[in-house]
Design a protein around this ligand. Structure first.
Ligand code: HEM
Length: 243
């Protein structure tokens, strides 16, 4: 005969929610799925059903950008404390975020350029220049750059020295390359965004805030760490002078 189960040993089934909230499951309570999935317009509000695609791409880009700038900011603080390994771990994730944001742009090319014109009419003065994610990422990258150069100076190295003697300063060298990786992905996103915009609305038009799309074409040259790009030129010149 099985022993009778006492009141003390009884536990609710693992499928029952235990977190605070009204939603049916802990999955929905923890992730706020009800609120999250209500953040896109519904069919009754759509001027075109591709509004769902358009909002999902933009909203998920903002989420990945949020993770990117948080990790970049935290990495800057770790570099200031000389925890270069910890910073590298976070910067790998920040760069991966930028790869995801770049990859997502592909989805926008699945909209018809003519049908997109319907969506464009309901965007008001909404412009990517007001993207909170990109607006936060750039100052976080600036703080990271300052922390990196301060660490390099504490080690008594010029940028050229760091690259020429990279093997003797492995973590600082890796950090310099992690900054490059993030910068290159932000620039790659810009280049890809420019081509997607050209493909969807054209290159000789103005955006929703009156910016000519040609301006995006000029912005693709923007980088956050020009000195890190420039040091390559110095390395090439130095190598040529030595040979
Ligand atoms: C069909 C899709 C898209 C179109 C047609 C488009 C169009 C444009 C245009 C015309 C501009 C110039 C500013 C203006 O609006 O006047 C711009 C800037 C910008 N857009 Fe988009 N965009 C699209 C998708 C996206 C997505 C998915 C993001 C992701 C966050 C994004 C982020 C930005 C940012 C950050 C800028 C400022 C420029 C920069 O920092 O390089 N855009 N976009």
């Amino acid at each position: 005969m099985l022993p009778a189960m006492s009141q003390e040993t009884w536990e609710p089934p693992l499928s029952s929610p235990v977190l605070p909230g009204e939603a049916r499951t802990d999955y929905e309570r923890y992730l706020n799925t009800e609120e999250l999935l209500a953040l896109q317009k519904g069919p009754q509000e759509w001027v075109h059903r591709d509004e769902l695609l358009f909002q999902v791409v933009h909203q998920s880009s903002e989420l990945w950008l949020k993770l990117a700038w948080n990790d970049t900011g935290a990495a800057a603080a770790l570099v200031a404390e000389d925890d270069l390994g910890g910073a590298l771990r976070l910067l790998r994730r920040a760069s991966l975020c930028m790869r995801y944001v770049t990859a997502q742009l592909d989805m926008l090319e699945h909209m018809s350029p003519w049908e997109y014109q319907e969506i464009r009419k309901v965007l008001g003065h909404g412009s990517g220049f007001d993207s909170p994610g990109v607006k936060e990422l750039r100052p976080a990258m600036a703080r990271l750059g300052e922390a990196f150069h301060a660490a390099r100076e504490r080690a008594g190295l010029s940028l050229v020295d760091l690259y020429v003697h990279g093997r003797a300063h492995e973590e600082l060298y890796q950090l310099a390359e992690a900054l490059m990786e993030l910068d290159e992905w932000l620039q790659t996103w810009r280049i890809r965004h420019y081509r997607v915009v050209a493909r969807v609305i054209g290159e000789r038009v103005v955006g929703t805030q009156g910016t000519p799309v040609e301006v995006l074409g000029r912005l693709i040259h923007r980088v956050e760490y020009p000195e890190l790009w420039d040091v390559r030129n110095e390395l090439t010149a130095r190598s040529q002078a030595e040979s």
